[in-house]
Write a protein that binds this ligand. Structure first.
Ligand code: K7E
Ligand code: CUA
Length: 655
């Protein structure tokens, strides 16, 4: 058996190399070049025109979320989420630092994977984007009026928060499943005792329908498998959630071999409505936990971090009829549910065929108790009884499937580097297109919802090799845009991405753009250190702390001359941008500051700390070109030796 696996792994590796090398001949793709078709026209968005879709693209190991336009592939913004960002001072200024607090302390970076847009009645509503952090398990909510991270909730009892962060039809829940099973509660024990002792926590995080505020409603403590990906039921299967598993072998070492032994792993089907009811009636066990809940407030322009101390856990055996296992070949990765909610696609990485389960058949099999044994007390349904169909030999290494809402599915194949279009119900392959190279997820705007906008498919690729000008050993990952309105997919565009684009979420721009905020109202600024009028601009000393209450407007700081600061002081710059016009941020950069510059939006207040190290007269300036007199937007701080008695003074426009 081991040998077979090794051979399989070798074939996969060779296939990977071959596909990358073969695909390298750019001119070899007949009918796909810009000259052969009107591809260029289809992605051309004239200067001043807007794109039709937003695409929110995961930054992977950058920990961020980037915002692109489709079809142009233009980058609009990188939203800092789980990692510090000196461009916007996120995680550096005093206001946003609490966003990166965790039970492990301040964690300044993360690994983001799956953005998902909030829904109402199974359709994208464009209010929030959720995204998971894999390494230090967290879920973030990004507010699509500001395009800023509004909230981050840590997920306790989880490790490798990967089968996350997908939302149910009315955003009742955003779900976060653990990839690695661990001892729960964490404790010192031999690793070899994994089997039967570790658990996998699947967390159902409720989302307040008004504010979007997140709270863990319950954690389902499942057997110690790896929970790789998940998707909520839609429409008829609303109320259920599906999770792919691998390592049902519960191996704790050399997983590439030991977790590939079982012919089939499982898709876990979770009836969350049933568990919700159980929990609402007092079910479940509260256990001690320690996890951060970080919230950014748009009025105080500041974040707070609170440590939560308890979480409600549920043993699946206590809620009969809530959890079933659907056998699925072979170490499935993606777990995708079609817009009707009938089909559940298990993308078996090592399987020759693609397995599709039927929700109707699943309910029927449950009703008739057609079980094929159990795993840790959870009934296993018979494979044949839940199988809807099989897509025969569609490609090598299926990872993820998206849907166009017209009865077609699009599966990405990592090893054979292609996207394969097939028909739901007949399972026939109707088209395949190469991608360059080694595609992970694909994305169709709304492809996760009841109503996909089946115009484009975006392939999110791991390897680019020769597709762009070389940039040393590190080359960019990329996205490729396909037109999917015809029978055949047509490659339109390549564009580079920031970090690794694990997944993306797309939405028609018209749903989101109209809600986008242009300024923060100065009159609503409740920041405790805001300076709302120029008369309030001042400098105060409290022991060795100096607080500068500064304002900024085109094209000066108030005050711009400050004296009486001493070596050994801790100087707080609390800076308020008095502009009330769209697109007029100002920044402030202080020589020798050990954090970052600030970039402050109209009406907003931000703070950084500066430790003056040497006597002298030290300049600060605005780093964002804000007016014709931007270069004049500068000032000085006089720093005297420690212990000197230079008088504290501040001024603007005095000689
Ligand atoms: Cu396939 Cu993290 Cu969804 Cu990457 S994952 S590809
Ligand atoms: Cu303000 Cu440049």
């Amino acid at each position: 058996m081991k040998r077979t696996i090794n051979i399989l792994v070798s074939i996969i590796m060779v296939a990977g190399l071959v596909s990358c090398n073969n695909g390298g001949n750019k001119r070899g793709n007949k009918g796909q070049g810009g000259l052969a078709t009107n591809a260029a026209e289809k992605v051309y968005v004239a200067p001043g025109e807007h794109d039709e879709f937003y695409a929110f693209v995961s930054g992977g190991f950058s920990g961020q979320l980037s915002v692109y336009g489709l079809p142009s592939g233009r980058l609009f913004k990188v939203i800092p989420v789980f990692s510090q960002d000196p461009e916007k001072a996120y995680g550096y200024n005093e206001e946003s630092k609490p966003m990166l607090e965790t039970s492990y302390g301040f964690v300044p970076w993360g690994d983001s994977h799956h953005p998902d847009i909030s829904q109402t009645n199974g359709e994208l509503d464009g209010r929030w984007v959720f995204i998971n952090e894999n390494n230090t398990p967290r879920i973030a909510r990004i507010d699509l009026t500001t395009f800023e991270t509004a909230e981050i909730l840590e997920v306790p009892n989880s490790a490798g928060n990967h089968s996350s962060s997908f939302v149910t039809e009315n955003t009742e829940y955003v779900v976060a499943g653990t990839r690695f099973s661990v001892p729960i509660p964490q404790r010192d024990m031999p690793i070899k005792d994994y089997k039967g002792n570790f658990k996998g926590a699947l967390s159902f995080i409720s989302v307040d329908p008004e504010s979007g505020s997140m709270a863990i409603k319950f954690q389902l403590l499942m057997p110690g498998f790896d929970y790789d990906l998940s998707h909520p039921g839609r429409d008829k299967s609303h109320g259920w959630f599906f999770f792919t598993t691998y390592n049902t072998e519960e191996a704790n070492t050399l997983l590439e071999v030991n977790a590939s032994q079982n012919d089939k792993d499982f898709i876990a089907a979770v009836n969350w409505k049933k568990i919700e009811e159980y929990v609402n009636n007092g079910g479940g066990t509260k256990v001690p936990a320690n996890y951060a809940h970080n919230v950014y407030n748009d009025e105080t322009h500041s974040a707070t971090s609170t440590m939560l101390k308890e979480v409600l856990t549920v043993n699946p055996l206590d809620v009969p009829g809530a959890v079933y296992f659907l056998p699925t070949p072979k170490s499935p990765h993606g777990c995708d549910v079609d817009p009707t909610g009938e089909y559940i696609v298990g993308n078996g990485k090592l399987s020759a065929d693609l397995t599709v389960h039927s929700f109707t058949k699943m309910l029927d099999a449950i009703e008739k108790k057609k079980f094929d044994g159990e795993a840790y007390g959870i009934p296993i349904l018979k494979f044949e009884d839940v199988l809807a169909g099989v897509v025969k030999q569609p490609g090598l290494g299926p990872l993820h499937t998206e849907f166009d809402g017209k009865g077609n599915a699009y599966t990405t194949f990592f090893i054979s580097s292609e996207v394969v279009k097939w028909k739901l119900g007949t399972w026939e392959v109707v088209d395949r297109q190469p991608v360059f190279y080694s595609v992970g997820h694909g994305m169709i705007p709304g492809g996760n919802s009841r109503k996909p906008f089946g115009k484009y498919f975006v392939a999110l690729n791991k390897i680019t090799k020769d597709r762009y000008l070389p940039t040393g050993p590190e080359v960019t990952q990329s996205a490729q845009l396909f037109d999917i309105t015809g029978d055949k997919m047509e490659l339109l565009l390549d564009f580079p991405t920031i970090g690794e684009p694990h997944y993306a979420a797309g939405i028609p721009a018209e749903i989101v753009a109209k809600n986008s905020k242009q300024i923060f109202k100065l009159s609503e600024n409740k920041h405790p250190y805001a300076t709302l009028t120029d008369g309030d601009a001042r400098v105060e000393r409290k022991g060795n702390e100096v607080h500068i209450y500064m304002t900024m407007i085109r094209s000066h700081f108030n005050p711009d001359n400050i004296e009486g600061v001493k070596v050994g002081d801790k100087v707080f710059f609390h800076v308020t941008n008095h502009e009330q016009d769209y697109d007029v941020p100002h920044g402030i950069s202080m020589i020798g500051a050990n954090t970052s510059e600030l970039l402050i939006m109209p009406g907003q207040t931000e703070t950084f700390i500066w430790y003056p190290k040497q006597p002298g007269v030290w300049p600060f300036y605005c780093p964002d070109f804000c007016s014709a007199l931007h270069q004049e937007m500068q000032g000085y701080v006089r720093v005297s030796p420690a212990g000197s008695n230079t008088e504290l003074k501040f001024s603007l426009g005095e000689d």
